[in-house]
Design a protein around this ligand. Structure first.
Ligand code: ATP
Ligand code: MG
Length: 406
């Protein structure tokens, strides 16, 4: 069937009550931006749903883009016809005949939104179903487990028929729940945490700590690639803050508290990220931590580390298993990049036996002895480079010389 239009259903938006209008407006803007290349598309709203008229544009690429848009729960390709019995019956039959895979069972689920239509929903199920059955002798009705559930949505100005419900990303439109900083390493977890945070409507700026020259340009490119991928989902450029961390790490290592190196490093990262958050109007910090995954992610460790910052720490992966995180990374297209074998600043300095239960008082005491820590943090912020990334900025990143960055 040559689909002429789509109906889009919103996700978490429905719980927003009074704010619903604002969210719908924002959603429409995001959809229009995402489909801006398809110039003839037209849009109209009805009963909290959005109808997209394709006006000759192909269905497939448009459907693929919509699947990834935050705030859309699902959508269906629909055919429309005028709201009279004969047209509806004929359109239903044409739709059934157009299916590539011929079903052996079906049912009709009619919904009479326009109450003045002379037949009830029940009657329409029979009237449309029997019309299709008469013309298709091999077909049977199965009301419990039909292969095709033919939906007939009867509205005053038109009737919409569809059978397919395509699930989309869900959540809230990008940026409708505030802004946070994402701690983005080159690993598997943090891009997934970023995707989940964005799905909840958070706008993100990414922060990455590097230890040049101990970490290479390739490690940097990997993080750029991950941020670039996240910007495909946001539908907006993502800022990536690249923070020079070598001096801080070197000073921490010199404190000769090997098991606590990661604890100190993470606390310094949080302090810096919090400063960047305040400077950029962000109200939270997102990390890829998952309970018990490594020594720095025990409850005690996360407590001691988290006390270095006042802003809320958002940890979307906290209760997820690694296998689930990997599956999500594959689904959102970050996994292949994440497993490239380039060193991260933390793996370089990882101690042989990191503390599983660091002691907050002791940690604070050692830090107080590192009197120049505050200055080193100031210098790291001063030396931070900022890139603005979009899905198209790949080539620019790959050709950027070292001087542009370090
Ligand atoms: P990931 O797979 O995301 O690297 P991980 O399981 O390796 O996570 P850790 O290395 O302990 O976990 O890091 C925990 C979290 O700290 C990361 O998910 C990320 O949010 C943050 N983080 C770690 N290293 C960096 C870094 N170099 N720059 C920015 N954030 C980092
Ligand atoms: Mg890591």
């Amino acid at each position: 069937m040559n689909y002429e239009q789509l109906v889009v259903r919103y996700g978490d938006l429905t719980v927003k009550g009074r704010n619903r209008n604002g969210f719908e407006k924002r959603m429409l803007i995001k959809i229009k931006e995402a489909l801006e290349a398809y110039e003839s598309i037209t849009y109209f709203k009805d009963f909290g749903r959005l109808y997209i008229k394709l006006n000759g544009h192909p269905y497939e690429p448009i459907a693929n883009r919509l699947k990834d848009l935050f705030g859309i729960a699902s959508f269906s390709p629909v055919v429309s016809t005028s709201t009279d019995l004969e047209s509806i019956q004929e359109t239903a039959l044409a739709l059934m005949n157009s299916l590539d895979k011929k079903p052996s069972t079906f049912k009709v689920s009619a919904k009479r939104a326009w109450k003045k239509f002379p037949h009830t929903s029940q009657e329409m199920n029979h009237l449309v179903g029997s019309h299709v059955l008469r013309a298709t002798p091999a077909l049977k009705v199965d009301v419990h487990h039909p292969e095709v559930d033919l939906r007939v949505d009867i509205q005053e100005e038109a009737t919409y028929l569809f059978h397919e419900v395509v699930p989309a990303a869900g959540g809230f439109p990008f940026g409708t729940n505030g802004k946070a900083m994402l701690l983005l390493s080159g690993g598997i977890d943090s891009p997934v945490a970023g995707w989940l945070a964005m799905r909840k409507g958070l706008e993100l700026e990414a922060v990455h700590f590097h230890s040049y020259p101990y970490t290479s340009d390739k490690a940097k490119d990997k993080v750029i690639e991950l941020a670039r991928r996240l910007s495909y989902f946001s539908g907006a450029p993502i800022k990536l803050h690249l923070v020079p961390f070598t001096d801080i790490q070197t000073r921490i290592v010199a404190a000769k508290q090997d098991p606590l190196i990661i604890t100190f490093m993470r606390r310094a990262m949080l302090r810096i990220t919090e400063r960047l958050a305040y400077a950029n109007g962000a109200g939270g910090i997102v990390t890829g931590e998952s309970l018990g995954q490594v020594a720095s992610q025990t409850l005690t460790s996360m407590d001691v580390i988290g006390r270095a910052a006042d802003l809320p720490l958002i940890k979307p992966l906290i209760a997820m298993d690694k296998i689930e995180i990997i599956q999500m990374a594959e689904k959102i297209g970050t996994y292949a990049t994440s497993i490239l074998p380039y060193e991260d600043c933390c793996t370089l300095f990882v101690p042989r036996s990191p503390a599983i239960h660091p002691n907050l008082r002791f940690v604070e005491k050692v830090e107080s002895y590192i009197t120049e820590l505050g200055e080193l943090i100031d210098a790291a912020i001063e030396g931070t480079e900022v890139l603005s990334l979009t899905p198209e900025s790949e080539a620019a990143a790959a050709t950027a010389g070292k001087d542009d960055w370090f």
